[in-house]
Design a protein around this ligand. Structure first.
Ligand SMILES: [Zn+2]
Length: 499
């Protein structure tokens, strides 16, 4: 069998293969997948939901029909990733000033506990201004305390600590028991509240939740500090100094907080086309399968964020690229990865980068495919990641061979950190997004200001698939080129391949 099969491959396949591989991807090929992945039945593909199960089932079937093999550990298709998701339920709060109960007139305080039930008595409270000084050090003793911190940035803060998220991390590492952000102008109370109410998903390995955290409005701080006999305006003004050292409020708090805490497992899906010369490395096509799920409150007419463009379109492209690449043998292993939880922070991609199925230094190139159905046929080809490696001329050559024009600017790099390839790029892996969607930033902007991340990103008659089909062909060609050990890398032939 084996020998006969090999003979058959050698003698009969090349002609049949090249014609099959060359059949261009059509808009109908892509639409068929997008209509299913972005249907209401898949409920917006949120990680940890029935929509995830349906999505992964669909992709596993489509990929294995396309000729792709399971590519995760132990012959499985799935790489599990652990997540935590928290949301507020109830909070009873009693403050004390110098040991006496005080009454605070205000309700703009929202608290979430690390565990579903959190209770503490006489927890000391401290106001720390922005929380760090100009040198980037935590500015007060916060250990075991409930910390109130201004969320707005300040001139004196080091660049990397201007975001509240980064300062929060500093305070947690310094041992804070609770962190309450005071909303400001950059992120006001309703916006903060909405963000916390939306139950953001966090990769369990990056979970830094304190005992309790939350947000208070400046109005609430006025009420609290006044009730404690202080002057909020003075405290706030003092906190603008670069050498501010925080202020104990002679305040303590009894907290009884219940929260909605859910720990769950989601998965990256990983397929593989084994190469003839796996020692020459691997290339990766990547795209996120997840989207925002049920994203509007009860009572709204359309509650599902279907994510047709973002990123059912990318998964459709990967599936059709895989089908065509599977009809030829390649030197290198080719991996296809559908990542989870991109929408909440590229988590699936980070999890893959931390636990790759092939050592990262063997991955020659990663092509991420996201939000691809925006540009019409004939669009120029932009490269997100342009200038970061020496591979731009190779990518351009492949695109030009297909008659595509090149967008020479690096404008598209504005999206570098907003896509899954970033997780791998930070670990030194050459990662790109290549195609038409990011060549016309005006069109992209219209999408971002329009249907993006709303229920309107769904399958409609004017879904733009011409450019996506063309970009699919481009990715087939990129796969053929980059998986060919003799063509690439041309300048640095690998040891032992003799090419
Ligand atoms: Zn998105």
């Amino acid at each position: 069998m084996r020998v006969l099969h090999a003979l058959f491959v050698t003698l009969a396949l090349p002609a049949a293969l090249s014609s099959a591989a060359a059949r261009p991807v059509t808009e109908a090929d892509l639409r068929k997948h997008i209509e299913i992945l972005a249907s209401d039945d898949f409920e917006g593909r949120a990680p940890g939901t029935e929509g995830e199960r349906k999505t992964l089932d669909y992709l596993r079937n489509a990929w294995s029909k396309a000729g792709v093999k399971a590519g995760a550990a132990d012959g499985s298709w799935l790489q599990p990733v652990e997540f935590v998701k928290r949301g507020p339920k109830t909070a009873d709060v009693q403050f004390y000033a110098r040991g006496e109960k005080i009454r605070v007139v205000g309700d703009e305080l929202l608290l979430i506990g690390r565990e579903s039930e959190y209770q503490r008595e006489k927890l000391p409270a401290v106001f720390v201004g922005h929380g760090v000084n100009a040198a980037g050090e935590v500015n007060a003793d916060v250990s075991g305390k409930l910390v109130f911190v201004l969320s707005d940035s300040a001139e004196f803060l080091p660049r990397e600590l201007r975001q509240m998220r980064a300062r929060r991390e500093k305070l947690l590492k310094a041992g804070a028991e609770g962190v309450i952000a005071i909303s400001g102008e950059q992120f006001n109370y309703p916006a903060y509240r909405r963000a916390l109410m939306s139950r953001p998903i966090v990769w369990a390995e990056k979970d830094l939740a304190v005992g309790v955290e939350g947000v208070a409005s400046p109005q609430y701080m006025v009420a609290l500090v006044t009730a404690a006999g202080g002057d909020w305006d003075k405290m706030r003004a003092a906190a603008q100094a670069a050498d501010y050292g925080g202020q104990t409020l002679q305040l303590s708090a009894d907290l009884s907080v219940t929260s909605d805490v859910r720990r769950f497992t989601s998965s990256n899906i990983i397929g593989k086309l084994p190469g003839r010369k796996p020692s020459t490395g691997a290339i990766v096509f990547m795209g996120h399968w997840d989207h925002l799920g049920i994203c509007r409150p009860e009572g709204e007419p359309d509650r599902i964020c279907n994510g047709a463009v973002d990123n059912a379109s990318g998964m459709a492209v990967i599936t059709e690229v895989a089908r065509r690449l599977a009809r030829q043998r390649h030197d290198r292993d080719i991996y296809f990865i559908g990542t989870t939880a991109e929408e909440s922070g590229l988590w699936g991609a980070y999890a893959f980068a931390a636990n790759p199925v092939v050592p990262l230094d063997q991955i020659k190139a990663v092509f991420n495919i996201d939000t691809i159905a925006i540009a019409p046929r004939g669009s120029k080809v932009a490269i997100i990641g342009r200038g970061k490696t020496s591979f731009d001329p190779d990518i351009e050559r492949v695109a030009q061979k297909l008659g595509r024009k090149i967008e020479p600017s690096t404008d598209a790099n504005a999206f570098l950190q907003r896509q899954d390839g970033w997780a791998l790029m930070q670990k030194g892996v050459a990662s790109f997004m290549v195609g038409g969607s990011f060549a016309d930033l005006g069109k992209l902007d219209a999408f971002l200001k329009g249907p993006y991340h709303g229920p309107e990103d769904e399958v409609t008659a004017d879904l733009q698939l011409g450019g996506a089909a063309e970009d699919s062909d481009l990715h087939v060609a990129l796969g053929q080129y980059f998986a060919n050990a003799r063509k690439f890398p041309p300048k640095k032939p690998e040891k032992g391949t003799g090419g």
